[in-house]
Design a protein around this ligand. Structure first.
Ligand code: F6P
Length: 553
């Protein structure tokens, strides 16, 4: 890794590898995927990799062998492998918070050794997993009952950000694996409507609240948890002693949990080396484990681990997270791509992209490097997308004929989940025909000549022409199982890691969320009393005044 004379890494865009990529980009010019495929009939198979159950086709990208070589040289020059080793070794690579980054230890097999500050953390990980499994089995089997002796039918997870998005997403993904006699609801927003709707129609005697918060100081979660406790006690007509049977906590903060009034015996812990957005395979996944059962949860962890091992050991040419990370860097830097679409062709993945938004944007939405210097290149993209085929009838128009470069991941499965058979299985081929058609259309388009040859009037030809050359990755797996979900999430986690390493940013802090929290705390009393408005800026003061007038009318 090259260093500047003053110390610190050479800014990315001043490295020779960056310059070589820029030159290469200019040479590529407007070369079309049609030409690249025509020149190499093997391109489709040559540019396909396999990791676990995931087949990853990257042939429809605006790259050549030379591009890939140069990108890998960039990865080497920027020390991606070294940082990766440091992460897996438990070094404190989250420099601004002085923390290790060890979500990979959460899925390390029993018996593995991963040390933080000289202590092997794997036994503690498995001890918590075992406690979670025992608790999940008691809830699922009816041995854990509520205050009145009734068995639990509904679990309400109260958490936000990483303490919500992961389990909420995975619960949707793995619905066919859930115990259908149990329902999990998720409450995150401090808007009381969220809790109100989640509690609607529930019998408090059959409801278990899981308060999920790494810090146990997050205002949304604590506020909702207090309200939920009030609801429970008034519904049951019971005293505080009812709380123990209806509230458990997931946290790193035992004192905060105790202060809230939850017995720490009912707390499932995790550790400060687990980032919130990397935490749903820790205790934060308890609601999911209750829903799908410990065995399926462990299968999901094995899926994560499989991709961890691949990322750690596969050579650069075969390393899928490395490749996907590099492609993102390529488009951001040399095609001015501002966003990245993730388009799953599975209804069960309906919350997957929302989950990835936190994973990617909270990790890599940074504009200073690890030395605190402003970056002079693009960092993390806007991540967006919804399941196919719905998007096709909404925003795909822009993907096909708009002016933006938007690399997209298409995720699909060869078989529908078993539960759909036999009644709805045949719809699957139709879904997947769309899946393949879209990447084909995006890559190859339709030329003006082809349109004209169909007899289209000349004035309509430009409107019906598809430029093509839109880059996509296709990720195809046999079936959406717990293991495959783990594999997919780990793939994206490590892709995000690779990009952060190349951009030389700290992907594991999130200082950008702090200012809004501080200002909200300042504004709240002004809303209540009207006093202190003069300390606000002119716009906000006027808005607050208008709000108070409208509210109190
Ligand atoms: O405000 C951002 C954030 O800190 C996320 O990083 C985190 O996932 C979320 O809030 C929730 O935090 P906690 O689990 O501590 O309540």
């Amino acid at each position: 890794m090259s260093e500047t004379p003053a110390g610190g890494r050479t800014p990315l865009d001043r490295t020779p590898q960056w310059a070589a990529l820029g030159k290469h980009r200019a040479e590529l010019g407007e070369q079309h995927l049609r030409e690249l495929f025509a020149a190499d009939p093997e391109r489709g198979s040559r540019y396909t990799l396999q990791v676990g159950d995931l087949l990853v086709d990257y042939s429809k990208h605006l790259v050549t062998d030379r591009t890939l070589d140069l990108l890998r040289e960039l990865a080497e020059a920027t020390g991606v492998a070294g940082l990766r080793e440091a992460m897996f070794r438990g070094e404190k690579i989250n420099i601004t918070e002085d923390r290790a980054v060890l979500h990979t230890a959460l899925r390390a097999p029993r018996g593995a050794v991963v040390e933080v500050d000289g202590e092997n953390v794997v036994p503690a990980v498995h001890a918590v997993l075992d406690r979670m499994a025992a608790f999940a089995d008691r809830v699922r089997g009816g041995a854990w009952t509520g205050h009145t002796g009734k068995r639990i039918r509904t679990i309400v997870n109260i958490g936000i950000g990483g303490s919500d998005l992961g389990p909420a997403m995975a619960y949707e993904v793995l619905r066919p694996y859930t115990d259908r006699d149990l329902t999990v609801r998720f409450v995150s927003n401090v808007d009381g409507a969220d809790l109100h709707e989640a509690l609607h129609g529930l019998d408090a005697a059959e409801t278990l609240f899981i308060v999920a918060s790494k810090t146990f100081t997050t205002i949304e979660t604590v506020t909702n948890a207090v309200s939920a406790k009030g609801w429970l006690l008034s519904q049951l007509g019971a005293g505080e002693d009812a709380v123990a049977k209806h509230f458990v906590a997931l946290s790193t903060n035992a004192r905060g949990v105790a202060d809230f009034g939850i017995d720490v015996a009912n707390m499932f812990e995790f550790w400060d080396w687990v980032g919130g957005r990397y935490s749903f395979d820790s205790a934060i996944g308890l609601s999911l484990m209750i829903a799908i059962g410990p065995e399926n949860f462990r299968a999901m962890l094995d899926g994560f681990h499989l991709v961890d091992e691949h990322f750690r050991t596969a050579p650069a040419e075969e390393n899928v997270p490395l490749l996907l990370g590099l492609l993102g860097v390529w488009y951001g830097a040399f095609f001015d791509a501002q966003s990245h679409a993730v388009l799953p062709y599975s209804h069960y993945l309906s919350k997957f992209t929302a989950y990835l938004q936190q994973l990617d944007m909270e990790s890599n939405g940074k504009s200073v490097d690890r030395e605190g210097r402003p970056v002079t290149y693009q960092t993390g993209p806007v991540v967006w997308g919804t399941p196919g085929t719905n998007g096709q009838h909404a925003y795909y128009q822009l993907l096909h004929q708009g002016t933006k470069v938007i690399p997209a991941d298409f995720i699909g499965f060869a078989r529908p989940v078993a539960e759909l058979a036999p009644r709805l299985a045949e719809q699957h081929d139709l879904l997947m025909a769309n899946f393949f058609a879209q990447t084909q259309a995006l890559a190859f388009g339709k030329t003006a000549e082809e349109v004209a040859a169909e007899g289209v009037p000349a004035e309509l030809v430009p409107h019906k022409t598809f430029r093509g050359n839109h880059p996509t990755t296709t990720i195809l797996a046999g079936e959406l199982t717990p293991s495959v979900l783990g594999q997919l999430v780990a793939l994206y986690e490590h892709k995000v890691f690779v990009q952060g390493a190349i951009w030389n940013i700290d992907s594991f802090d999130q200082w950008g969320v702090e200012l809004g929290k501080v200002l909200a705390r300042r504004i709240e009393p002004v809303l209540l009393t009207g006093e202190g408005a003069e300390a606000l800026d002119g716009s906000t003061a006027a808005l607050v005044a208008a709000y108070r007038t409208l509210r109190d009318r």
